[in-house]
Design a protein. Structure first.
Length: 160
């Protein structure tokens, strides 16, 4: 079952994000990696910045999350993670399909780490187009509030 989650669900959402993000350890640069990957304060700030979070619940357990955020003239897909033990079983796809249906008339952007090839392939399966490095950098600076070291190591995919 997919439903919207709120600030009150922060600990459940953080559990999914911090578990799933372990896959990035050793993939993203050391100067961008930290544990836990996301702190409670960061997630709460995301809610205050207008991120809406949706989750996939299975047997009363939150196993996957995905967020969206309207920024200027686009919708950003934010914080898409599935618990490591459930990855590759269709829950992430179900979450993304849910958001694509809800936002089919909007320009959608998603950012991910440049070396996270599995994430890039995942979005490409859903019709997202990978932008070249220069265009990715421009989009990251225009729509995201992230450190320059993250901009340097990230890419943007877009679905029109």
């Amino acid at each position: 079952m997919i439903r919207e989650y709120t600030k009150n669900d922060t600990s459940k959402i953080l559990h999914v994000i911090n578990n799933a993000s372990l896959r990035y350890k050793g993939i993203i640069p050391d100067n961008c990696w930290h544990e836990p990957y996301m702190l409670e304060k960061e997630l709460v700030n995301e809610f205050y910045d207008g991120v809406s979070m949706f989750g996939y619940q299975h047997n009363n357990k939150l196993i996957g999350v995905i967020g969206i955020q309207e920024v200027k003239d686009v919708i950003l897909i934010r914080h898409a993670y599935t618990l490591t033990s459930y990855q590759g079983k269709g829950m992430g796809s179900a979450l993304l399909e849910y958001l694509l249906k809800k936002n089919q008339n909007f320009r959608l952007l998603v950012g991910t780490w440049r070396n996270a090839t599995w994430a890039i392939r995942f979005y490409e399966k859903f019709g997202f187009i990978l932008h070249a490095k220069e265009q990715s950098t421009l989009l990251l600076k225009k729509y995201w509030k992230i450190p320059s070291k993250q901009v340097k190591n990230s890419v943007v995919l877009e679905r029109f």
